[in-house]
Design a protein around this ligand. Structure first.
Ligand SMILES: [Ca+2]
Length: 457
């Protein structure tokens, strides 16, 4: 580097603050490979989600969203379409409080296959003073069919839309306020938790603080787990456990293990130490609502058990935990497997919308899925050194009674991170994991499940 260019670099911070822009002027703000499609001041409490993004009147979230939107401060709403590749069509929204900005930025993640802007998460962030952004990740609608014949759209979903949104949102925030955010956060659960980890692993400079809840960090193996459960509980009707029997199994698991954690409170706080065999519920003869038939016992055992490669015994996925039984409908309620898993194998692995999950081969199809993904959607790298070396902080959390994503997959990942970062003490300075007793997928359940991870960060 020459002396001249060095001096330019050194002077940059002095000119970093530019004059703020009016909201409406941002309509003409130039962004590379992107176009601003809307820039509009929204008066306090007057935002309504666009048609198609509103929960229906029967949806339990509709009331909460409407109430949150009424509380919003006046803000500048910017929408843009990003096209990092010719096949990309990534929608993003950036919301910036006009008078109550806390000088920080909080990007919010998605659930499942994404496919829509996360308006309620944006509202929650802005109510806490943040400028915020969300992306539909490059396709509309919540299934995986968008990936068929569109490898670039799959990459947009996997990681590119999140990173591109972040870069663009920071530029828009700087243009609007005349200053960059002093701290930037990513907050997400489920898919949003995976997006969180992918950012920490791949774009470590994007965020200062990251909250990753119940991450689908191994999308491939989560799908394998779901098909393993489907084959155990749905393929042969004899194995099907009627959901009316879930409370029976739940009560038996609680009776076996509740007190082992030192507190009889109806919650198993340390499921890995619990040894519960649903065989204790097997009917002496016939079938009744108060017992399980032998094939039902076998299905229940497999839901708890790890999925192992039948040839090498390699663990493909840990099982679900004792205490989670009330949520088994998600994975074992049928008639189809957990939908994200079926879509993954149909549209991403086999490129065949007619692929039948009943033909799933645990050994060979799992290996194929890993080869196909090649760390595209998956976010399994435990190397977070580039993130932690700039003082980045990561909080992970996962509910022990999650029945969408096996909680122990997160524990296993965290232990690998600890190895990489030089042990538990060093890791605790930058990365922490909270396993939440009795919490379901991203919230709900019989245990405590309301907390604010951004404040903790
Ligand atoms: Ca307990």
């Amino acid at each position: 580097m020459t002396a001249t260019s060095l001096s330019v670099v050194l002077f940059l911070p002095l000119v970093a603050n530019a004059a703020p822009s009016s909201c409406e002027a941002l309509a003409k703000f130039a962004l590379p490979d992107a176009a601003v499609t809307l820039a509009q001041s929204v008066p306090a409490g007057e935002f309504t989600a666009p048609e198609g993004f509103r929960p229906g009147p029967g949806d339990p979230t509709a009331k909460a969203l409407a109430a949150a939107l009424k509380e919003l401060p006046p803000f500048c709403r910017v929408a843009a379409t990003l096209k990092p590749t010719p096949d990309s069509d990534i929608k993003v929204e950036i919301w910036m409080p006009e008078t109550s900005w806390n000088r920080k930025y909080e990007a919010v993640g998605n659930g499942g296959w994404a496919g829509s802007i996360s308006y309620s998460a944006m509202a929650a962030a802005m109510l806490n003073g943040y400028a915020t952004s969300s992306t539909d990740t490059g396709h509309a609608g919540g299934g995986g069919s968008f990936a068929l014949g569109h490898p670039e759209k799959l990459i947009d979903f996997a990681w590119r839309s999140e990173h591109e949104m972040t870069v663009k949102a920071k530029a828009v925030i700087k243009a609007f306020y005349g200053d960059v955010p002093k701290l930037s956060y990513w907050v997400g659960c489920s898919s949003g938790g995976k997006q969180a980890l992918k950012e920490a692993q791949t774009f470590p400079d994007d965020f200062d603080g990251i909250a990753a809840g119940a991450p689908v960090l191994n999308w491939t193996h989560r799908s394998i787990e779901a098909l393993w459960v489907a084959q155990a509980a749905l393929k042969d009707p004899a194995n099907y456990i009627p959901p009316e029997k879930y409370p029976l199994i739940h009560q038996a698991a609680i009776a076996a293990c509740d007190e082992k954690d030192g507190l009889k409170d109806g919650i198993i706080s340390d499921p890995p130490s619990c040894r519960f065999d649903p065989g204790t519920l097997e009917c002496k003869e016939g079938d009744s609502p108060q017992c399980l038939t032998h094939p039902q016992v076998e299905a229940a055992r497999k839901i708890y058990a790890p999925a192992l490669n039948t040839r090498t015994s390699e663990q493909l996925s840990p099982g679900f935990e004792p205490g989670s039984e009330l949520g088994w409908r998600a994975i074992a309620g049928g008639p189809e497997p957990f939908s994200a898993a079926g879509d993954y194998f149909k549209y991403v692995v086999f490129h065949d919308p007619n692929w039948n999950w009943r033909t799933f081969n645990l050994d060979t199809d799992s290996a194929l899925a890993d080869r196909v993904d090649d760390n595209t959607v998956n976010a399994t790298s435990p190397d977070l050194k580039r993130f932690t070396s700039h003082q980045g902080k990561l909080i992970m959390y996962h509910g022990w009674t999650d029945t969408n994503i096996t909680p122990r997959a997160t524990v296993n990942y965290f232990e690998k991170v600890e190895e990489q970062l030089g042990g538990p003490a060093k890791t605790a300075q930058s990365v922490r994991l909270f396993m939440v007793p009795g919490m379901n997928h991203c919230g709900g359940g019989e245990g405590p499940n309301v907390f604010n991870m951004t404040n903790a960060l």
